[in-house]
Design a protein around this ligand. Structure first.
Ligand code: IMP
Ligand code: MG
Length: 183
């Protein structure tokens, strides 16, 4: 927690401007799940959640994919603290399952500079995954530093720092049921 918030409710915090309300998130995630189920029919994909930010998206997305599938988790840090990227990717918690021969779907909260996913895609390819696709809830196309293209995108958003639905600012706001900009 970067600051000590006053105790009390959070969802109606007047500093939050709602960018994507809960019902739009839910509807879009269901569409993404249906598209993945169509594309992977007859296969058993492995969904890899990039902790912590993608955990809320992952839990909704996996329940929208009507296929047998596996899940795994990896934790990386690309942001030292606050809003600035260090450009460095560090694995804080590695996968539990081998990738050899698997059809991987990398589940990410937001594709920003692309540094994190670029690193993960290359590393997973080297570990022998059969295929690797990216499902990102949010995409900031204007911020890209390396050429990474998401296969499934929830929403393209402008270059603003957003929180909620898993995304944090200083570990706060992950529990918001909507995506918001902090003023
Ligand atoms: P990238 O490596 O620059 O693409 O960074 C991706 C990661 O940066 C995401 O998984 C988030 O953890 C973090 N990030 C990027 N933009 C935002 C934002 O607007 N709000 C919260 N976290 C963000
Ligand atoms: Mg993240």
């Amino acid at each position: 927690m970067s600051s000590s918030p006053a105790p009390g409710p959070e969802f109606g915090n007047p500093r939050l401007d709602i960018l994507i309300p809960s019902d739009r998130l839910q509807a879009r995630v269901r569409e993404m799940g249906a598209a993945i189920a169509r594309d992977y029919a007859g296969r058993t994909p492995e969904l890899i959640c990039v902790l912590k930010g993608a955990v809320v998206f992952m839990s909704d997305l996996m329940r929208a994919i009507d296929l047998p599938l596996g899940i795994d988790f990896i934790a990386v840090s690309s942001y030292a603290k606050g809003k600035n990227s260090t450009g460095e990717v560090k694995i804080l918690k590695d996968l539990d399952e081998p990738l050899q021969g698997r059809d991987i779907i990398l589940v990410e909260d937001i594709l920003d500079t692309g540094l994190t996913l670029n690193y993960l895609v290359n590393s997973f390819r080297a570990r022998g995954a059969t295929s690797i696709r990216i499902a990102a809830l949010l995409n900031k196309p204007d911020r890209r530093k390396v050429d990474v293209r998401p296969d499934y995108v929830g929403f393209d958003i402008p270059d603003e720092f957003v929180v909620g639905y898993g995304l944090d600012f200083g570990e706060r706001y992950r529990n918001l049921p909507f995506i918001a900009v902090v003023r």
